[in-house]
Design a protein around this ligand. Sequence first.
Ligand code: NAG
Ligand code: NAG
Ligand code: NAG
Ligand code: NAG
Ligand code: NAG
Ligand code: NAG
Length: 271
Amino acid sequence: MAVYSLIILSLLTCAAVLPLASSDPSDEACLTHLSQSLKDPYKNLQNWTKSTFSNPCNGFNSYLPGATCNNGRIYKLSFSNLSLQGSISPYLSNCTNLQSLDLSSNALTGSIPADLQALVNLAVLNLSANRLEGEIPPQLTSCAYLNVIDLHDNLLTGQIPQELGNLLRLSSFDVSNNRLSGPIPPTLGNRSGNSPRFNASSFEGNKDLYGYPLPPLKSKGLSILAIVGIGLGSGFASLVLSFTGVCIWLKITEQKMAHEEGKISQLMPDY
Ligand SMILES: *[C@@H]1O[C@H](CO)[C@@H](O)[C@H](O)[C@H]1NC(C)=O
Ligand SMILES: *[C@@H]1O[C@H](CO)[C@@H](O)[C@H](O)[C@H]1NC(C)=O
Ligand SMILES: *[C@@H]1O[C@H](CO)[C@@H](O)[C@H](O)[C@H]1NC(C)=O
Ligand SMILES: *[C@@H]1O[C@H](CO)[C@@H](O)[C@H](O)[C@H]1NC(C)=O
Ligand SMILES: *[C@@H]1O[C@H](CO)[C@@H](O)[C@H](O)[C@H]1NC(C)=O
Ligand SMILES: *[C@@H]1O[C@H](CO)[C@@H](O)[C@H](O)[C@H]1NC(C)=O
């Protein structure tokens, strides 16, 4: 009898403690720092409060809209199209169970933190349509499960890291409409084997990016220069030609005249 009530009591205690035990200090650090680095001027994020960060998950449910939990840990953050400003905190890397990060279609500035490399379970990274600057961190290669890298419509500069070609699970890759430069790594532009291939739409809209699958460089600036050059060149050439023509004609006429004059002088009787 006493043993039974003890078991029931401990089961009850367990059930009561479980939701509390689900709070994770790393997730709390992650969310706290993220809320400090992001700005939410239109108050689009509900429950973006300290008490939620210390206990964001109720088992599989979340008190933080946009966050999804799995076994008491944050595994998905989806804050798309919420007019968010500010930057992406490097402490996001403390959400170590994160599988999907979607901060697309906001007004985020700053760079993509290389610290994201600690998110070894990350499969989806969508930071598209923001104002992110700086280079694409090559460290993202450490996130070996990455399926989706969508960084289109940002202000990213530098080259596309060749290392990203090592991400064998990559099925979607989009860096279009940035300020990237240099060659497209063949490991991304011309993937071999059964890996999904990325076409030009993944790379277009970067002024100084080149290589397959983008069409060969036919820069507008160059062709205008070429047209002007050809115009000027041919104009100059025809000028030189007509000038030479006139010179030759003059010379011939002069010689003819001299010849005629000579004839005339020969015909003239000597006095
Ligand atoms: C906000 O969080 C509290 C607990 O912290 C929860 O009871 C409430 O349902 C949450 N609201 C929303 C909209 O998720
Ligand atoms: C983004 O949000 C605005 C208003 O908040 C809405 O009008 C628009 O349709 C949304 N865009 C997308 C792609 O969901
Ligand atoms: C949390 O993230 C910061 C920044 O990346 C890092 O320095 C720190 O070691 C992380 N802490 C834990 C517990 O992972
Ligand atoms: C990334 O987010 C944008 C906007 O929310 C969406 O249109 C796009 O399809 C997403 N990318 C992928 C690869 O799912
Ligand atoms: C793409 O790779 C194949 C070999 O896998 C090679 O034969 C081909 O020339 C490459 N194409 C370009 C445009 O580099
Ligand atoms: C390029 O690939 C995307 C999917 O990644 C597809 O939707 C689009 O139709 C392709 N474009 C061309 C021209 O093949």
